[in-house]
Design a protein around this ligand. Sequence first.
Ligand code: GLA
Length: 394
Amino acid sequence: MLEPTDLTARAIEALRTTFGAEATVVGRAPGRVNLIGEHTDYNAGLVLPVALPHATYAAAAPRTDGVIRITSGQEPEPFTGHIDELGPEIEGWAAYVAGVLWTLREAGLVTDGLDMHLESSVPLGAGLSSSASVECATAVAALGVAGRTLDEDLQRAVVAAGIRAETEVAKAPTGGMDQSVAVFAEAGGALLIDFDSGAHRNVPLALGERTILVTDTRVKHQLTDGGYASRRAQCEKAAADLGLRSLREATLDQVESLGDEVVRRRARHIVTEIARVEPTVSALGSGDWAAIGDLFAASHASMRDDFEISVPELDLAVATAVGAGADGARMTGGGFGGSIVSILPLDAVDSVSAAIDKAFAEAGYGAPGHLIASPSAGAMFTELPFDKLRTSPR
Ligand code: GLA
């Protein structure tokens, strides 16, 4: 992973060479890995994600003419526009950056232009919320440039702006977990979020001799290609058929009474998955790794069989991780590709990673990627020292 200092320096330097602008602010927002509670966010359920040390960095400088110019180390095409002319029709990667500026302007929080350059260490298309990290890094940088203080109200505004950009501009009908953890995560903890009450709390992780390993199958996942939306629609149908506001209110007995076999299985995943989240918090707290193994196994089976969002590469990675000594492993994120998450003894990281590499090679799959998910902090911006301001002409 590229270090934060390298990415920050790279973003500041790119802003200088591309636009002749000196950054006054650098925003940072992390990707995430979800420990448990999958597809439960848009069902008013519980989730337990962790912010990754991998993050997006947005170096930004203010302008006074309303013009917006944005480049990214990960994207070839720059975005150019005007703050007063942004709208929901922004396309491509710019949906996640200019889209956020549009929603912040709609909220009255950003009123002028800026120059911005982004760099990221979050793997793309790996189910690790690279898009939410881009949205939230963009938002905090823009708010920093606008001279605002990131208090809790503004943090909520950043989450809301990211969700609006994702659902209304990028047209991915996602549920809000990714933006929430990208903003509210605390270093060293997971974030327990209740999407019914809107409450969230930090769950300190005392992993001791254990760690969190993420394995990217490199099967690219997309949240805009219909699979995610169809699951969401099936969940909404199940709740409507039961006469409930959401599946958060459903019991297993009610779900088993649903007539449509597919809708019944989808709803069963949601109800059983929500019920696994608090026991996972307890098991993490008491270091009951056998219970973590059982909870992760049940969660993965539920996503594979009832929700049908796994793929053979994810199943193989999970089975191999557990067979090679992980306490627990499951697919994580939206599904249809992407990553698995394992909890395992520190001294098993190399052997588990090697076992997955070997199993993938033998199955004829491309090589996977591995990273350690040391729980990091949510979005923030840093103002650069006054003596560094505008040392080169704009
Ligand atoms: C994606 C979405 C989230 C959530 C997960 C599945 O990451 O962006 O809102 O629904 O899938 O848990």
